[in-house]
Ligand binder design. Structure first.
Ligand SMILES: Nc1ncnc2c1ncn2[C@@H]1O[C@H](COP(=O)(O)OP(=O)(O)OP(=O)(O)O)[C@@H](O)[C@H]1O
Length: 603
């Protein structure tokens, strides 16, 4: 556009040239480039302005524009050289000038024509360029659209790239994991190989072991057969042992007397120590005892006479005999109880002769009596027989008979609620006591606990009545039931251990009141015991068991089907001589009784 303006300006200048004011226009066109060129020509020929100014101002007519008035002056470049009057010269100059101007106008025109050409060219160029610009614009808008599309693509690309980097990370993680897994797999493969090796070794070992097992099984089978044979032999042996055991006892008993009731005599040590004067125990004989009594001469003229009472029993134990020695002699009987025989051991003797010491003993091992030792043996033997297929059930009871009344020594309830008891005989001929505690026992300790309960119960009664324990019988019973399921054999027996009341005879001076009643009861039950034993020995048709609670209770343990042992305990003091003699006489009578051969309660 600017170029277009530039092209028009010289044209206007050329138009002015045709007028009189053309020089003015020429002098006023310092802004135009083409005029500037012409101006230069003017300056080259014109005089200096300083010179002209003064004369112009003074020569300009009034009312005329000083600028218009100055034109002729300016036109006359050669005025300084021509004389004012040289008009012709001036005209010539003017004509020269005109020619110059014309030449210039022509060149300007030419230039203008050239410019026009150039202009049209430029215009076409411009339009072409505009077209191009349009094209460019449309291209640009296309590009912009493409750019937008590309920016979407770029965003997507960025997203894809971030996804890619994420996936690459994941990939690298997975690669790591894969490597770890590979390592693991390798190690597991190695392990697998090792296990396979082991397996193959073990398989071969197993094959070897299987063949060994088959051999062993055959061995076991033959051993089982052998065991069965040996068990059979053992059983036969056991039966034989029982038979022999019984025979030995019978032989032992028959050594002195042919009766079944065996009697052991035990002499208590003197309380003061030393030796008893009236009791003699022959050193060479452990079955005899001599009771010597010196009878003084009434007249004094003859010497004192000594009367000897000789007794012999199955065994006589002196004051030094230990509890262990005593038990060794009766342990065979206890074994018989497990073999199915009823066994009854009772201690007879005057008060203080050592019955309780013999039967119960004291707490310490050495001083323990028959009852705790028998219980220990029963449980031990029961365990041994279990190996031969025997299974035993033990039931314990402990009863006191005082004044012909029964009292449960295992009762642990309130004293006020203590029940009364009756002895009953069952259809099976078994004797049982109503309301009595029959405690199933499984261990020796449990039985010892029951014995302790019985002791407490006796001492409680003792405090209310002095020496009550001396005046009552205590009966411990262990009911034994054995089953050998394999052989379809059962056995049933009772081990009966009795501490009898003091056997002293009643003095006439004491025969009054409660004491009389007690003594009558004791004497009655003890003499009834003697009567029952004698009746059994005489094989009488009626045995008066029911005459006393004691014989009624012991019915099953006395008689042909039981093994009975009596301890006769004697006091060594000289003032007990009479009672000792009575006890030994009673025991001797019992010892002479032939009741018959016991048979085992085996089915
Ligand atoms: N063999 C003995 N060795 C040592 N001490 C004994 C022996 N026998 C009995 N004794 C003691 O003699 C005392 C009386 O014995 P024990 O109580 O056994 O007599 P008991 O006949 O049962 O009397 P009771 O009829 O009054 O019950 C007790 O102190 C006891 O320890």
């Amino acid at each position: 556009m600017r170029r277009e303006q530039d092209m028009h300006k010289p044209q206007a200048a050329a138009t002015v040239i045709g007028h009189r004011q053309a020089p003015v226009a020429a002098s006023r066109a310092p802004h135009s480039e083409s005029i500037r060129t012409a101006g230069a020509a003017t300056v080259a020929v014109g005089p200096s302005r300083g010179v002209l100014k003064r004369s112009t101002a003074s020569a300009a007519p009034r009312g005329v524009n000083p600028k218009q008035a100055a034109v002729p002056k300016t036109v006359g470049v050669g005025a300084s050289r021509r004389k004012p009057w040289d008009l012709k010269g001036k005209v010539n100059d003017m004509e020269d000038k005109i020619r110059n101007f014309q030449t210039k106008a022509r060149s300007v025109n030419e230039e203008m024509e050239a410019l026009k050409g150039s202009l049209s060219h430029s215009q076409s160029r411009v339009s072409q360029m505009e077209k191009e610009v349009e094209q460019q614009r449309s291209q640009i808008s296309k590009y912009e659209i493409e750019l937008q599309a590309l920016s979407h693509v770029r965003q997507e690309l960025e997203k894809v790239s971030s996804d890619k980097s994420f996936l690459q990370k994941e990939l690298s993680n997975l690669e790591e994991k894969y490597k770890v897994m590979e390592t693991l797999r390798d190690s597991q493969e190695t392990e697998l190989q090792a296990l396979k090796m082991k397996l193959s070794v073990q398989e071969s070992t197993m094959t070897r072991l299987q063949s060994t097992l088959r051999d062993r099984e055959e061995e076991v089978h033959s051993l089982k057969e052998m065991v069965a044979e040996q068990k059979e032999e053992l059983h036969t042996g056991e039966m034989e042992r029982r038979r022999l055991h019984n025979t030995i006892q019978e032989l032992k008993a028959s050594q002195r007397s042919p009766g079944n009731i065996r009697v052991f005599c035990r002499v208590r040590p003197l309380v003061s120590g030393g030796l008893s004067k009236h009791i003699q125990l022959p050193a060479s004989d452990d079955k005899s005892i001599v009771l010597a009594k010196t009878e003084e001469s009434h007249t004094g003229k003859v010497a004192d006479t000594q009367k000897n009472y000789n007794f012999s029993f199955d065994r006589v134990f002196g004051p030094q005999a230990s509890q262990q020695e005593i038990f060794e002699e009766i342990s065979l009987l206890v074994q018989s109880a497990l073999d199915g025989y009823n066994v009854c051991v009772f201690a007879y003797g005057q008060t203080g002769s050592g019955k309780t010491y013999t039967m119960e003993g004291e707490e310490y091992d050495d001083t323990r009596g028959v009852i705790p030792r028998a219980v220990q043996q029963v449980f031990k033997a029961g365990q041994k027989l279990a190996a031969q297929g025997w299974e035993f059930t033990f039931t314990a009871s402990f009863v006191e008979i005082y004044n012909e009344t029964l009292r449960d020594l295992l009762y642990t309830g309130k004293a006020s609620k203590r029940p009364e008891h009756e002895i009953r005989k069952m259809a099976s001929n078994e004797v049982t006591v109503t309301n009595l505690t029959y405690e199933k026992v499984y261990t020796e300790d449990q039985v010892q606990g029951l014995i302790a309960v019985a002791k407490r119960n006796r001492s409680t009664a003792q405090t209310s009545q002095n020496d009550r324990s001396s005046r009552s019988h205590s009966v411990f019973q262990l009911h034994i039931e054995g089953v050998n399921a394999g052989r379809d054999v059962t056995c049933k027996s009772t081990l009966c251990l009795v501490d009898l009341a003091g056997s002293e005879r009643m003095m006439k001076s004491q025969s009054q009141g409660d004491r009389f009643k007690e003594m009558t009861a004791i004497n009655s039950s003890l003499s009834n015991l003697g009567i029952v034993i004698t009746s059994l020995a005489n094989k009488e048709s009626h045995i008066p068991y029911r005459n006393s609670k004691l014989t009624y209770l012991l019915q099953g343990c006395l008689g042909g089907n039981s093994k009975t042992l009596m301890f006769v305990n004697i006091s060594p003091e000289s003032d007990s001589f009479g009672e000792t003699l009575n006890s030994l006489r009673f025991a001797s009578k019992v010892n002479d009784c032939v009741i018959g051969t016991a048979s085992s309660n085996k089915k």
